[in-house]
Write a new protein. Sequence first.
Length: 94
Amino acid sequence: MELGERTRASTDARPDFQYDTTFTLAEGTDPPELHATILDSPRTTDSEGELVVAIYEFDDGTLNLTVVDKTEDEPASFDDAIATYRFEKAPARD
């Protein structure tokens, strides 16, 4: 997956929750923002063109990715969290 490339986003918890998106990093934001623009969905929704904003930070080798409710005219904040995901390096398999 590369930034700007069409990508399928999904979750194991909800197999019907799938969207084709593009991901971009917003420039000059603090905290740094990852933007996902919904391009298409296999199910009928009105989400096409919707922008989902997440802010992220690295903390001692862990990536914290927080989806936020953000308006265009104010900076995102971890206090605006809708959901937070933690990504850690998995131990090597034998």
